[in-house]
Each structure stands twice: as C-alpha cells, then as structure tokens.
Write a protein that binds this ligand. Structure first.
Ligand code: NAP
Length: 300
C-alpha cells in the first residue's frame, strides 16, 4: 500500500513524485515506456526557466534521479486499469498495487498521419522521433510533417544532418513559436511545403518518396525522400481510466487547475489534462499541484 501512486514518469509525474516524497508520503511511480515522457526526445530545451539550452535527455535524467534520490520507487510497468474505492487498486500488465491516492500523469502518444502504409513503414523510413532516428538519414533527403514546435524543432535538428529537409504543413501559418520558425526559414537546406497534406507514401521495401497534395490547388507533387518524420501532435493516453475520469471530445481528462478529477483521490497532471498550454513548465506545475492536492486529501 502506498500513499501516492503516480502513473507516468514524465515531467508531470516525476515532479509530483518529488512533491509527494518531500511531504514524506510513500510514492510509487509506474511507467509503461521509458522515463522522461516526450521531452526526452527534444534535442534542445530553450524555454524552461533557469535551464537554457539543456537537452531533453539531460533534463529527464536529472529529474528521474532527483525523484529517485528523494525516495520515489519507480517501476517500469504499464498500468491498465484502476478499481476505485477508499483504497484504489491499480492493475498493471504484471502486478496489482494498492494506493490511497492516484495521480494520472500518462501524457500523450504520437498522433499518426493516417496515410496508407504508415504503420508498415515505421523503421523503414517513417519515424516519430527525429533525435532517435535522424542519424540514419545523414546526407539524405527527408521530410517532416507538422507545423507545431515538435515539427519545427525536428526540421531544425535534421537540417544539420540531412541533405534537404522538406517541412510539410497543412496550413501556411505555424503553431510553433515564432522564434523557431524564423530560425527554420533561415536554413538554406529547408524547403517549406505549405497548405499541403501527405497523401501517399511511395515505397518498395523502404520509403522512396512522399506524395503531397496542395489543399488549395489540388496539385500533386512527389518529393523524393528516404525519411518521413511525423510530428503532427499527440493523442492523450486516458482511455484505460475513462470510467473514473471524464474525458473531453479530444480524449483529455477533465480537471481544473486543482487537477482534481470527478473521482475522490484521483488526480490528473500534465499533457493528458484539459488545458490551453501544454509545455514542460506547465507539466511540471501540474505535477506540483496534483501532488499537493493528493497530500491534502491524505492529511484530511
Ligand atoms: P501541436 O502543437 O499540437 O502541433 C501539431 C501540428 O500538427 C499542428 O501544426 C497541426 O496542424 C498538425 N497536425 C495535426 N494533425 C494533423 C494531421 N492529421 N495531418 C497533418 N497535420 C496535422 O503538437 P507538437 O508540435 O507535438 O507540440 C505539442 C505540445 O508540446 C505543444 O504545446 C508544444 O508547444 C509543446 N512543445 C514544446 C517544445 C518546446 O517548448 N521546446 C517542443 C516541442 C513541443 P494545425 O496547426 O493546422 O492544427
């Protein structure tokens, strides 16, 4: 039996663990994949206070060690369901745990483009992680799909490695920070393909090219690329817990700034919560708030 069971070892979950441990509550963190969440794949974090130009890996590893050093137990198991009651029973694919409170900090997973053969070509030219796979495309031509911070950061990262980088975006304005977009536009080997969607992946065994269709003119262009990096946002990972937590139309867990869900003793923190700004700093803030609310719940 633990006081606080946290599902997810990203910035929100690990920050919650730090707060729970510092309140001397027994704390277990369950993580389905690797620690760090999405930020671990970010090459360069430039907007986190007091830590300019830290890599995502260094940030995540420091945070992970900080939580562990304070006493958090971290297990790599996927939580698949929760039975509610005064004591919550959390089932993973391997074990069952009991907890007085639960914080859902499950974050989000990569959204697929939804184009034919996308799944089949993962590892054969299609990737969702530029920092993981970019090296395979040294001096080759690649494309990035998306118009948010991830897509623009990926394109900047790949521009240092690849020959030509096409950034394919479905609109002509970007969701990404203006400063990043300016840096991207200054790169000579980056070509912007705007108002366009990827409509076909051309392959034999591996990706050979992507076909893009201009949304306004219908014109179809074939870009001869060996790699396609998909960076079109995330889908929140709340499905397993929807019996206990209301979800909005996008699948995000409904909770206010106090991170409380409709179920007493269950809190939600980070990118899987309904919110306007999904950033590292707001994920960490959620972790602090959710843990503080869990501690109050325990002390009452
Ligand atoms: P995002 O901001 O949600 O952007 C997703 C992009 O993909 C949007 O441009 C969207 O187009 C496009 N898109 C969505 N579905 C699509 C589809 N089916 N086909 C084609 N394009 C599609 O996602 P993100 O870039 O992964 O960022 C997620 C969050 O993390 C954001 O809050 C971001 O600011 C944050 N983040 C921050 C940093 C940093 O601060 N260093 C780095 C990475 C991410 P539309 O614009 O037309 O909707």
């Amino acid at each position: 039996m633990v006081d606080v069971l946290i599902i997810g070892a990203g910035p929100a979950g690990l920050t919650a663990a730090i707060y729970a441990c510092r309140a001397e509550k027994s704390t277990l963190v369950l993580e389905a994949k690797s620690y760090g969440g999405q930020i671990i794949n970010t090459p360069d974090i430039a907007n986190y206070p007091v830590a300019p130009n830290i890599s995502g890996f260094e940030f995540a590893t420091t945070l992970y060690n900080q939580a562990k050093d304070l006493g958090a137990e971290i297990k790599f198991e996927k939580a698949v369901s929760i039975d509610d009651g005064e004591i919550k029973t959390v089932h993973t694919t391997k074990n069952t745990y009991e907890a007085k409170t639960v914080i859902l900090a499950t974050g989000a997973e990569n959204r697929k483009l939804g184009v034919a053969d996308e799944d089949k070509l993962v590892g054969k030219g299609v990737s969702y992680c530029a920092t993981c796979d970019g090296n395979f495309f040294r001096k080759k031509d690649v494309a990035v799909a998306g118009g948010g911070n991830t897509a623009v950061e990926d394109a900047l990262y790949l521009a240092d490695l690849a020959n030509t980088v096409y950034l394919i975006h479905r609109r002509d304005t970007f969701r990404a920070d203006a400063a990043l977009v300016s840096r991207l536009k200054a790169r000579e080997n980056v070509k912007l393909v705007l108002n366009s969607n990827v409509t076909k992946l051309v392959s034999d065994v591996r990706l050979q090219a992507v076909e893009v269709t201009d949304k306004n003119t219908g014109e179809v262009t074939v870009l001869p690329v060996q790699g396609l990096f998909v960076a079109v946002g995330q889908v929140p990972e709340n499905e397993n817990f929807k019996a206990l937590v209301d979800l909005d139309a996008g699948g995000y867990a409904v909770a206010g700034e106090d991170c409380k869900t409709k179920t007493a003793g269950i809190f939600v923190a980070g990118d899987n919560r309904v919110k306007d700004v999904r950033q590292l700093v707001t994920a960490a803030a959620d972790g602090a708030v959710a843990a503080t609310e869990a501690i109050k719940y325990l002390n009452n």
